[in-house]
Design a protein around this ligand. Sequence first.
Ligand SMILES: Cc1cc2nc3c(=O)[nH]c(=O)nc-3n(C[C@H](O)[C@H](O)[C@H](O)COP(=O)(O)O)c2cc1C
Length: 211
Amino acid sequence: MQTFDDYSALISSERESRANFKTMLSCVLPRPIAFVSTVSEDGVSNLAPFSFFNAIGSNPPAVIFSPCTKADGSSKDTIINLQSVGEFVVNVVPYGICLAMNDSSYPFAPEVDEFEAVGFTPMASRFVKPMRVAESPVHMECKLRQIVPVGDGPLSANICVGEVLCFHIASDYLLDDGTVDVEKIDLVGRLGGDDYSTMRDRFAVAKPRLK
Ligand SMILES: Cc1cc2nc3c(=O)[nH]c(=O)nc-3n(C[C@H](O)[C@H](O)[C@H](O)COP(=O)(O)O)c2cc1C
């Protein structure tokens, strides 16, 4: 039997946010990565990865991700762009673009076009203003539905809820039933710190059936 005593209870309100952040990253993993493109009111393209990300429903198809408030209390460019433009694209991250995706997490100034800065090719979207990342095999064009703040200081969450208006799946990965060839696409997930995982080692578990 495992033991959970008083010393193993880490009470969040008694800890620094940075310590809670590190604990959480080590508990919730691997996390999928949304490589998000947005555009500023002035037309400057922005790219940033977010692993506080997930799919949350399919009627309509919806996703959430959370650009947290920065350590100095200011907002990330992604949130500022969403507040003014209200649209974004989620690009997925296969192993082959992981290093360049990571480069885009550098805190570039808002006037820097991050496609240019890290070497990705912009592709026009069909329904939204932000560009798609041509090197990513799946793009989801999204309309912002809501931003839900959780807390208000440094490292607090800003949950961005988006409705997916259109999925673009590169033909090499698109299966006949409109899904993605998960074997071939080779997506990566985020662990803690500098670590990532692949999904090359998979196993299946059949759904439970009533007897
Ligand atoms: C793989 C990866 C995942 C990340 N996930 C998040 C996240 O979920 N939330 C967050 O606030 N920052 C996250 N970051 C850091 C942001 O990408 C980084 O702060 C970025 O500069 C924000 O860009 P922006 O200011 O252009 O919006 C992540 C970084 C990496 C490399």
